[in-house]
Design a protein around this ligand. Structure first.
Ligand SMILES: C[S@@+](CC[C@H](N)C(=O)[O-])C[C@H]1O[C@@H](n2cnc3c(N)ncnc32)[C@H](O)[C@@H]1O
Length: 211
């Protein structure tokens, strides 16, 4: 996991300026956040629907939809290999946009054609529950409900459409293909050109001050 975090960090380093304030949504084991703290001198807050952390202090647990964080609180927000698990991927991407004052960085596996769908479906069905089972046996997670059950697999076009619907500006797109599998790990670096308007009832802080 540390090697994987270092590899991911090499890919993301140009887009996470040193000493950024980062929200890592769906932080998983915490290896990525830890790597950014050490290598990029970033201050990183981790958020997840389950506590799967092996390193660091662990995530703030949230409901997978709304973060108890004010608008534009972070300079960079990351969503790495998370959207497939969300019950409302578009809503989660909007939430990432809301809490970012600058960038949203998205990495997501996408597939092409029937074979791509098949391989990605197999990978997701095996990898997620297996990783969760191992983490439970190792005592890292306690709860019986697995947060690694894929709900949505995206084609590149579907993911691009989702990104378009958030109104974020794409400043970088990169694909990273898995040879022979019609699967790619697509990277989007997105910027908030215009801030979304937040209705008082949808803002967690506004809700607090109401009460
Ligand atoms: C495949 S892991 C990726 C972890 C980390 N981002 C990485 O790339 O190493 C997916 C993570 O997303 C979390 N997750 C699942 N549903 C989520 C949701 N609706 N919102 C945020 N995180 C979620 C899981 O608990 C898990 O930690």
């Amino acid at each position: 996991m540390s090697d994987r975090a270092r590899q991911l960090t090499r890919r993301l380093e140009p887009w996470i300026p040193a000493r950024s304030h980062v929200a890592d949504i769906g932080s998983g084991t915490g290896h990525n956040a830890e790597c950014w703290r050490c290598q990029l001198d970033a201050s990183v807050d981790e958020f997840d629907v389950a506590d799967l952390h092996w390193v660091g202090d662990g995530p703030m647990i949230f409901d997978g939809r709304t973060l108890a964080v004010s608008d534009a609180n972070y300079s960079v927000v990351t969503l790495l290999f998370v959207l497939q698990y969300a019950s409302d991927p578009k809503g989660l991407l909007h939430e990432a946009r809301r809490v970012s004052a600058g960038r949203v960085i998205l990495i997501q596996s996408t597939y092409r054609g029937i074979w791509g769908y098949f391989w990605l479906r197999v990978r997701e069905s095996v990898w997620g529950p297996l990783a969760y089972g191992v983490a439970r046996i190792a005592g890292i997670v306690k709860g019986p409900s697995c947060s690694l059950k894929s709900r949505t697999l995206f084609t590149r076009e579907q993911l691009a459409d989702l990104v378009r619907q958030t109104g974020l500006t794409v400043i970088q797109f990169e694909q990273e293909s898995w040879p022979g599998m019609s699967i790619s790990r697509d990277l989007y670096v997105l910027e908030c050109a215009v801030r979304p308007s937040t209705s008082p009832s949808s803002s967690p802080l506004a809700m607090k001050s109401d009460g």
